[in-house]
Design a protein around this ligand. Sequence first.
Ligand SMILES: [Zn+2]
Ligand SMILES: [Zn+2]
Length: 512
Amino acid sequence: MHDLGYIVYYGDDERLKDDVVLQPEWLTKAIGFVLEDRTTQEMDGILPDNRLQEVWWEYPADGKTRYPSALYPFFLQLMEKYDVSYRLEDGTASLVAQHVPQVRPNLPWLPEEEPANNHRRLATVCVMEESPPGLIPWMIVRTHDYIYQQHQTDGKTHRLHWQKGMFLRNRRHGEAMLELRDRELHLYTEAVWPVYFTNLLKQTLQKLIAETWPGLKGRYQFTVPCPTKQQGKACMGRFEIEALRQFLEEGDDTIRCQKCRTRQNIIELLYGFEEEDTREQLSRIETKVERVEIKVEQGAAKIQQNLQELESRIANYVMVIMQAVASESKNGPRLFTIEPMSGNWRRFMSKTYRLHLWCEAPNCQHPIHEAGKGVYEFEAPREWVEQIAPYANLIARVLKTLAPIAAPAANAFFGEEFIKESNIKYQLETMKELTNTLLSNDKLLIDEPARLGDSLLSQGERSGILALHSFLREEDPHHEILGLKRHPTYTGDYLWLCETHYQQAQSKIPQF
Ligand SMILES: [Zn+2]
Ligand SMILES: [Zn+2]
């Protein structure tokens, strides 16, 4: 009935699942009052909780519908769900994105300027056949985790968004400026290695378009703007990313711009947008981790920059792998370690295993530490372990890559010594042993190059994660031990988070 529009009901949302709206118009009207509110507009979109009574009870007088305060927490949650507003960090107000200022504020940098030292800038233009109404406000809500806040001398905080765009900062991974210019959404990112933030924002935009304006499917494309400047003006030439990739594959090195006729280097245009084979990327990152560790010992001055680039590369790599497994993320967590309870993998008699689940908090992945949660000790037949091995192998490599960055972050988040790195190292070594022992088996190696359609996962890896999830379903059908909660993301994925990270990811909704 929800899908047909007769009622409003979100059964898969922890915080909304207890309420059903029988008359959608009643709800639409309530949200309409917020969108029509002049004071919110005058306050650049800020709607403090102490004004809700005014908007929903006092303003709609004269026989119109009034809404009592008991409903406000529910309404505030729904407005987030509909991308109408987001909650400010301090939990005292909402920001209604349709009411942000008209004028672009002063920004830390503009795309026309040279990027800061040691930083690179990537330009992407999303060319649309039509610019869907509300694109920018929706995008503001969906990127609000990264909204840039400027603290002014007058004590006020300015958020850098306006009717046509937004300026964002992703703490360790750079900054971005998005602006709608006619039917083009311009996206500029700046960082030591800006590819990750670009990919993250592109995916956020793709998901938003797919969900909100399905009619735009196939009627927009990502392009690289021509870098030529003539008399200080940027050339209006656009190169389709897909076409550039094809030309490159067919052996072309350069392409001429149709507008300014200048010859451009395809690799340079594509630099950063080329989707390398993820496995190749993985082995490169693995060697790089070791190389950076050596450099740290030498104490070179470039370490900081190298580390930043490495961090963004790892974040990007993890995002790509996790998305390869994304279609399974709805059904269960993706990260774990497994070890035999006694002896080693080779001992065929050892049939008891310990499986430890991991929290998927971005850049802070860690084993579940809550007492009695996330750890399963169980007996399993050899075939089961063989089935899970290819996926365990992939995840062991992911965790090994992540560990140098995620472990210190988790220690900082939960307090010193939370993760005993030696312990993780041991667990990962054990996982490697598992795969070394089992993957030498011919049967499993055959699966390796096979690709299922667009999927990055091999058939063996996919059946491995399916085996993991069916194990969890049988062993723990009511999630009593799981210790993880499912959290949807704006890039179209689900993250399985520990209680602490899950609570942190929830916006603060007041009680009335
Ligand atoms: Zn040009
Ligand atoms: Zn966590």
